[in-house]
Design a protein around this ligand. Structure first.
Ligand SMILES: [Fe+2]
Length: 206
């Protein structure tokens, strides 16, 4: 399993996940600049299977059509709830604990509401955790935008993210931290949003 973290413009990250043996590939969150994503796929002769959206916000999704125009056989993957706001047809609607195969690599999906009602996180090959705008390095996603919910975010972090294994590498949707990625184990030790004991403490984090 291989992951490429790609700067997509401003502080956004897009990702390419691929199975080196079978060349099957997924793009996660094509935001502003899709040229690097398409270039990487072409130059490595990869086969794009999925375009996965962690949530519907335009800085993570505005490149969908450009990629679809280029590789029309690729299938769009999103949660049912956020998929309704994408403005494009979702080919595969994922919900909690769904799995897709990408060549020899398993993609395990978790529903993680809070930043948006249908945000998802993805465990890739039991090695990486792509968190979109749910978890950043040192912080979590905003809950004050349309559809955000602070109580849901607290439950997501406590009940969905914290129980996951420490060895997973967290790959976030934005470069907001002191490093572009980190182990989940380390984030459990230092990320203030994972350390909050209750909703009251969580809601007081600046
Ligand atoms: Fe977002």
């Amino acid at each position: 399993m291989t992951i490429e973290q790609i700067r997509a413009g401003f502080d956004n990250f897009s990702y390419i996940i691929y199975c080196p043996k079978r060349k099957k590939t997924a793009i996660v969150d094509p935001g502003y600049d899709t040229s690097k994503l398409l270039e990487f796929i072409s130059s490595n002769t990869l086969e794009l299977e999925y375009i996965i959206l962690t949530h519907y916000h335009s800085d993570h999704t505005s490149g969908i059509q450009k990629i679809k125009n280029f590789i029309s056989s690729s299938r769009i993957v999103a949660s049912e709830v956020d998929g309704l706001k994408l403005g494009v047809k979702v080919d595969i609607k994922v919900t909690d604990r769904n799995r897709l195969e990408l060549g020899d690599v398993n993609l395990d999906f978790f529903l993680t509401p809070g930043h948006t009602p249908g945000s998802i996180c993805i465990i890739v090959g039991n090695e990486a955790l792509l968190t979109g705008d749910t978890l950043f390095i040192g912080d979590c996603g905003r809950t004050d935008l349309e559809g955000g919910n602070i109580a849901q975010m607290f439950i997501t972090l406590q009940e969905k993210i914290k129980p996951l294994p420490d060895h997973l590498i967290v790959y976030p949707g934005h470069d907001y931290g002191d490093k572009p990625f980190d182990t989940l184990g380390n984030q459990k030790q230092i990320n203030k949003t994972l350390l909050a004991k209750n909703l009251d403490d969580f809601s007081k984090i600046p």
